[in-house]
Write a protein that binds this ligand. Structure first.
Ligand code: PLP
Length: 371
């Protein structure tokens, strides 16, 4: 699904030197690379504060903790997402409230959010799924109307943008009250281990987020609130500084691969290619098709026989997970999520796909579908 080795080879000298420099300096924790990376990423995203942390799941958890939510508060999010988005809500004894996604973009249905708001709603978590921004303008307007903070789950869309009606273009992750991302190796900006970050333009929240991520302390050994220990280590930060400089070019490579796929599949009766919202710069963390009138298991198996990996993201939506069974009362009001679960399939997507790779994948998938 991804080829991290070829990508590494192209930047090997820089990466190896950066890693050795951290080892030589022995500044493994909170070294200068961490501070530099945070300010370089803030500059890239055009946000005031970037607080690095240990992974994307922690980023979401810390964001919810920093907002001071109380057990029983409701958090609205999509069920059609990676479990981490919802797991942290339940972990903090908050109540996840699921809304459906749009049948074309697979992102949160803002009308559904409007219907789900109650007096207990204390946060909304839009997920920029597969690399495409949620329709943020109406969501932000709605959240402002009810004074509800937005936490963007930007784990899959770093480098993406959203264009507002007045022409303003903002990076995904930089539009909400707080933005969160993951640097898991296969993400669009991937480290060589775990990593994550939290973004905000709010000075006070930034202070609280820093404290929460550091045992609730501002002054060492004086702990003002219950926090956690969540850090990005210096080696990962040094690697991410280098990869950040390539992020825009990585997004372009992914989009070029998506263009090739779109073009190859455009007239196939069994395939719906990914929708591209005119407001969003889609960075294709995943290239996800919908298959129609064909046995998806058979397709996956035939692809595998021809050495073509494919994945189902995600075979079971959150509202049907046993982990969350006490919250799955929204089952039958999520028809789009329930139907996508059975139709989606993701093809190999990364920065190193060659024309030969793409030809092989598309020709074989079309051949399988035509049989
Ligand atoms: C990867 C991912 C996360 C979690 O990131 P980790 O770094 O693996 O903890 C959260 N949300 C979404 C949508 C993701 O894709």
């Amino acid at each position: 699904m991804v080829d991290l080795k070829s990508q590494y080879r192209k930047i090997k000298t820089e990466i190896d030197t950066a890693i050795i420099n951290v080892i030589e300096s022995t500044a493994f924790i909170n070294g200068p690379d961490v501070t530099h990376f945070a300010s370089e990423l803030a500059e890239y995203l055009q946000v005031k504060h970037v607080i690095p942390c240990a992974n994307g799941t922690d980023a979401l958890q810390i964001a919810l903790m920093a907002l001071g939510l109380k057990p029983g508060d409701e958090v609205i999010t999509a069920s059609f997402t990676y479990i981490a988005t919802v797991e942290v809500i339940a972990l903090l004894h908050l109540t996840p409230v699921f809304v459906d996604v749009m049948p074309d973009s697979f992102t949160m249905d803002v009308e559904g959010v409007k219907k789900a708001i109650t007096s207990k709603t204390k946060a909304i978590i839009p997920v920029h799924l597969y690399g495409q921004s949620v329709d943020m303008e109406p969501l932000i307007n709605l959240a402002n109307e009810y004074s509800i903070p937005i936490i963007e789950d930007n784990a899959q869309a770093i480098g993406g943008t959203y264009t507002f009606a007045n022409g303003t273009v903002l990076k995904t992750g930089a539009m909400g009250t707080i933005g969160c991302t993951s640097f898991f190796p296969s993400k669009n900006l991937g480290a060589y281990g775990d990593g994550g970050a939290i973004f905000t333009n709010n000075d006070e929240l930034a202070q609280t987020i820093k404290m929460v991520a550091n045992h609730g302390q501002k002054v060492r050994y004086y702990h003002e609130l219950v926090g956690c220990n969540s850090r990005l280590d210096s080696i990962q930060a040094a690697i991410l500084r280098i990869k950040l400089r390539h992020l825009d070019e990585y997004c372009i490579s992914r989009r070029a691969a998506a263009d090739f796929y779109d073009n190859a599949f455009k007239n196939n009766e069994h395939i719906i290619t990914p929708f591209r919202s005119p407001n969003a710069y889609h960075v294709f963390h995943q290239y996800t098709l919908q298959l129609e009138n064909v046995d998806r298991d058979m397709v996956q198996q035939k692809l595998a026989e021809r050495n073509i990996p494919s994945m189902i993201y995600y075979p079971v939506p959150c509202h049907k997970q046993n982990m969350l069974k006490e919250y799955n009362c929204y089952n039958d009001i999520l028809p789009v999520t329930n139907s996508l679960q059975n139709k989606v399939i993701s093809l190999p997507m990364h920065t190193e796909l060659t024309i030969d790779n793409l030809k092989y994948i598309t020709e074989n998938l079309i051949d399988i579908l035509n049989k």
